[in-house]
Design a protein around this ligand. Structure first.
Ligand SMILES: [Zn+2]
Length: 479
């Protein structure tokens, strides 16, 4: 049923809102992620720059190919800077503390070797972690979301720490230049472009071209990682869960294809089947790897099953019963709850829509997800209106099948239809929560887009009445 019927019904509705506002505020948003401030970005860039110059300086010992090595390090540095500039790294106190404590415990019990100095969290939802070879470990939110216990986290950290201790990334880079480079490869190196993708592809091709060699390094990192874990108090066999999880990580955490029709079907504006008609959409793209540093990452070509078998041989006598196994469910929950807003901030509206629909299906009364979906609909509408939606839809490399309805829907629906559908979704008492200010803004915006002056006025009036000191007061007045 609509929230704002018409002028005649409004006084009653507003009164009822006013009364209900006197009650308890039921809406509580969970802790969220922070992005790096300008100063922090500057400091992080400086940190990577210092690492880069140090690596460049040290490459002197391989004098014959020093220039090439410097080039590889430069590519890596530029790629890391582009990640900083694009807000790829996020911060969360709770997660950072858990990681720092776990890492410190591992290191304290196995102090030998060059441990990575910094651990960063990437907002990428791809389940992956990697070591950049100059003292930094990067953990994606996608892997943190799937770790069940602190022992699983310890395995991931120990494995990446082992890559750093064994200097694997640099070994790979050097190995690359040991070979007689063909001109083609040299050309590839010197193709200069500031595109982050290009930087990454070039860099990847330099360091991971030798499959068999990488398999060997992966075994070494698994083996040293296990030695590190054995010295600690964490469960040694947590690798079994982590590697099994990575093996199935081609699927999202909840393997359900969201039902778009069910969410967007209204008596006054029924869902149209043609919106889901499959055709080649503008968002179809050949599946390519997004596993950054794929061949050095946790999920690597010796398949996870083989790696488990190998690690089993190294830990057959281990008894984990007295070892630490603290749950990380609170972190999983925190990431899941923030996933939709992270995708919005990453300009990935397709995945945002997918996650929002999924969240609402899972918890139908979750007001927060409904608000996020409403905000997303406004963003999608605005992008479609500007003919720039393509910029905000990223192909899904991990689970394209589950995303196909989303792509079809976003491609097929016309702007005017999307406006009406969004308006009916937000202007609906099942979705609109009068106690939350933000709902008024999204409904007001949507009513301006569908040019429903009556609802515009009603929303504005109800807002100023219910939130006389509201944070959006000026939004309504100035626009
Ligand atoms: Zn690895």
């Amino acid at each position: 049923m609509k929230v704002f019927f018409s002028c005649f019904y409004l006084p009653l509705f507003v009164l009822s809102i006013y009364v209900s506002l006197c009650g308890q505020h039921v809406y509580a948003q969970s802790a969220s992620f922070d992005y790096y401030t300008k100063e922090e970005k500057k400091a992080l860039t400086k940190y990577f720059y210092n690492n880069y110059t140090l690596q460049k300086k040290n490459s002197g010992r391989y004098s014959s190919r020093r220039i090439d090595l410097a080039e590889a390090y430069r590519l890596k540095y530029e790629w890391l800077v582009s990640q900083i500039e694009h807000d790829e790294f996020v911060k969360n106190k709770q997660i950072a503390e858990t990681i720092a404590t776990t890492y410190a415990h591992l290191k304290a019990n196995y102090p030998a070797g060059a441990w990575a100095k910094k651990i960063l969290i990437s907002k990428s939802m791809v389940p992956n972690a990697y070591c950049t070879g100059e003292g930094t470990i990067i953990l994606n939110l996608g892997i943190l979301e799937r770790l069940h216990s602190v022992s699983e986290l310890a395995f991931v950290l120990a494995h990446e720490a082992a890559h750093n201790i064994l200097d694997h990334v640099n070994e790979n880079i050097n190995r690359h230049y040991d070979k007689d480079l063909s001109n083609k490869k040299k050309d590839r190196m010197h193709e200069s472009s500031h595109s982050a993708d290009r930087l990454l592809t070039t860099y990847q091709s330099i360091i991971y071209e030798d499959f068999h060699h990488s398999v060997k390094l992966e075994e070494q990192a698994d083996s040293l990682g296990l030695q590190i874990i054995k010295k600690s108090n964490f469960q040694v066999k947590a690798y079994q869960q982590v590697l099994s999880m990575l093996d199935s990580s081609d699927y999202p955490v909840y393997k359900v294809k969201p039902n778009i029709k069910e969410c967007f079907n209204f008596p006054a504006y029924p869902f149209q089947e043609k919106w889901l008609k499959k055709s080649a959409t503008i968002f179809d793209e050949e599946r390519k790897s997004v596993f950054i540093f794929e061949k050095d990452s946790l999920k690597t070509h010796p398949n996870c099953f083989q790696r488990i078998a190998y690690l089993n041989t190294l830990s057959s006598y281990v008894n984990d019963s007295q070892r630490e196994n603290q749950s990380l469910d609170h972190i999983t929950k925190l990431i899941t709850e923030n996933a939709i807003s992270i995708t919005q901030k990453s300009n990935d509206y397709g995945r945002g829509l997918f996650l929002a629909l999924q969240a609402i299906e899972k918890t139908p009364n979750d007001t927060y997800s409904k608000l996020q979906l409403s905000q997303l609909l406004v963003n999608i509408y605005e992008a479609k209106k500007d003919h720039s939606l393509g910029k905000y839809i990223k192909p899904s490399y991990e689970y394209p099948k589950l995303m196909e309805d989303i792509y079809a829907f976003l491609t097929n629906i016309r702007l005017s239809e999307l406006g009406k559908l969004s308006f009916h979704y937000i202007n609906n008492e099942n979705n609109f929560d009068p106690k939350i200010e933000d709902f008024y803004v999204v409904l007001w915006k949507m009513s301006t887009y569908v040019n429903d002056k009556q609802v515009m006025q009603e929303v504005r009036k109800a807002y100023t009445q219910n939130f006389p000191k509201g944070k959006y007061k000026t939004t309504f007045i100035t626009d």
